[in-house]
Ligand binder design. Structure first.
Ligand code: AMP
Length: 521
């Protein structure tokens, strides 16, 4: 007994005794109960895990649309810098005017029967390189009442064709240099090609009004789609995740409350727009009067370029997936990047040694670890890294505003504190589902039995985690064959399915093997 009191805290032992009591009572009460069904949690512990750690309710404009909040910001700071790329820039008023012209143009497009091509829940594909036009395009699509589907022009032609076909986007926005390639890809799309508009051609905007379009005209609500982002799919083709304005607005408003961006801030836009991290880079910045600094198209892969652009533009906020943070830190010399104040990591596990290296190299920069899948409006938990932490895992932290996190067993019952289970996400960030994949949607987006709202749903992540006693979550890996390679989400099954199509291949197994991980730097 003396031994155990040294090793375990009193509260832990009491919790275990509580579990034992609950277990024994249940065994006695119902002899037919299977092992898997036997309960462990005491009522107070269950209450804490399900509700206490998830007391995240916070007010936010749940009816608002992303671009409406941008338009309000335009009123406040029309002359402030909104976006810059190399030597070019646009103020808030200029960006708004241009995006409005595009929106009017989009709303004027009709199909053969005269019906508008663009409206609530209609999808508009956009395939452009990082540029001022990229931002005009995204805002223009939202303002026209539609949702955007980012298509990375670097993708192989048949993947682009698949995305255009699957999304059934009737309009594609692109740039002159990419037009030919995309037209070719669009021909591979069985649905037939739709309208193509060039964002770097003045004719696209010519003669269009510059004023905002109200929701009385578009018929939008905050439960309409804002974007559809494709992620890897285990059946061999990517799947489109449908996110609504409400969840994104909640995520953006939470971020402003947590980090307080001001007019003086410069946020680096370097995440490819086909990843949802880019959503906050664009819109958190533009909803709060700060300036967006667009990195060059290939720039996000080049650490030396990133150091240069941060220094040149006085960037204050930047995002990294941990694998790129490692490469970046190796390129930063002491005394460089002094403008930086906030770094955000997400997308894959943040190793403690990397956190330490970051805090050593850039001691005045706050580093946060955020976690979330595309299926839940970008991020759902957050953790401000503690420079004093010297051992253990860097947590992914606590749920953000209006999000509930659950750590559940195979019966979808909460597991005790400290025990590994699958992470489920409930609350306002949960996406509508997968485009054209009803079965998969039903499998991954299930009813949230812990919510009082009858129609509440939760997303089953496939991630493993456990609660710490302080209400933060530790990430413990995956329960399937999804991997991250340099921050890129890949279902190994997608590669297997494509390889299996080759006539010479009978059976195939794809593994992601970790090369001996070198020390950062
Ligand atoms: P994506 O949909 O591309 O954002 O990928 C989501 C997946 O990335 C999650 O389900 C996790 O497996 C992983 N992930 C995201 N953020 C983190 C993090 N901070 N720590 C560990 N894994 C993460």
């Amino acid at each position: 007994l003396e031994y155990s009191t040294v090793l375990f805290e009193r509260a832990t032992v009491e919790r275990w005794l509580g579990h034992l009591t609950v277990l024994l009572e249940a065994m006695v009460a119902d002899e037919t109960c299977t092992l898997a069904q036997l309960p462990l949690l005491t009522e107070p512990e269950r209450e804490q895990l399900v509700h206490g750690f998830n007391a995240t309710e916070a007010a936010y404009p749940g009816e608002a649309l992303i671009h409406e909040l941008f338009e309000q910001q335009v009123e406040r700071t029309p002359e402030a810098l909104a976006v810059q790329y190399e030597g070019e820039s646009l103020t808030y008023a200029q960006l708004n005017a241009k995006a409005n012209q595009l929106a009017h143009r989009l709303r004027g497009l009709k199909d053969a029967s005269g019906a508008p091509l663009v409206g609530p829940d209609a999808l508009v594909a956009i395939s452009v390189e990082r540029s001022l036009e990229m931002v005009v395009g995204l805002l223009g699509i939202l303002k026209a009442g539609a949702a955007y589907v980012p298509v990375d022009p670097e993708y192989p032609a048949d993947r682009i064709a698949y995305m255009l076909g699957d999304s059934q986007a009737k309009v594609l926005l692109t740039q002159r240099t990419l037009q030919e390639r995309l037209q070719e890809a669009a021909r591979g799309d069985d649905e037939g090609s739709g309208e193509i508009l060039l964002l770097d051609d003045e004719a696209t905007y010519a003669g269009q009004p510059q004023d905002n379009i109200g929701r009385q005209e578009t018929g939008q609500t905050s439960r309409h789609l804002a974007y559809v982002i494709y992620t890897s799919g285990s059946t061999g083709q990517p799947k489109g995740v449908m996110n609504e304005h409400r969840g994104v607005v909640n995520r953006l408003v939470w971020m402003q409350g947590a980090y307080g961006l001001g007019e003086e801030d410069r946020v680096l836009q370097k995440t490819p727009f086909s990843f949802d991290v880019s959503v906050w880079e664009f819109f958190w910045t533009l909803l709060n009067g700060a300036g967006l600094v667009m990195a060059a198209p290939q720039g996000h892969r080049d650490a030396q370029y990133l150091v240069d652009v941060i220094e040149r533009a006085g960037v204050t906020v930047v995002h990294f997936v941990p694998s790129m943070l490692q490469v970046f830190l190796a390129s930063v010399q002491t005394g460089q990047c002094v403008s930086l104040r906030q770094m955000v990591c997400s997308g894959e596990e943040l190793p403690l040694v990397l956190q330490q290296r970051c805090q050593e190299r850039l001691p005045s920069v706050r580093l946060d670890n955020l976690y979330g899948p595309t299926e839940a409006a970008v991020d759902v938990t957050w953790w401000s890294c503690d420079p004093a932490q010297t051992e253990g895992r860097v947590p992914i932290g606590r749920p953000i505003a209006n999000i509930r996190m659950y750590v559940l067993d195979e019966q979808r019952q909460p597991v005790p504190l400290g025990v590994a289970g699958e992470l489920y996400i409930g609350g306002d960030g949960v996406a509508r589902g997968y485009l054209n994949r009803e079965e998969l949607t039903a499998e991954r987006f299930v009813r949230d039995p812990f919510s009082e709202e009858a129609d509440a749903r939760m997303y089953r992540t496939g991630d493993l985690g456990r609660w710490r006693p302080d209400g933060a979550i530790e990430y413990l890996g995956r329960n399937d064959f999804q991997v991250k390679i340099r921050g890129q989400r890949i279902e190994l099954g997608e590669i297997e399915a494509r390889l299996a199509e080759l006539p010479a291949v009978r059976e195939v197994v794809v593994l992601a093997r970790e090369a001996a991980r070198s020390e950062p730097g």
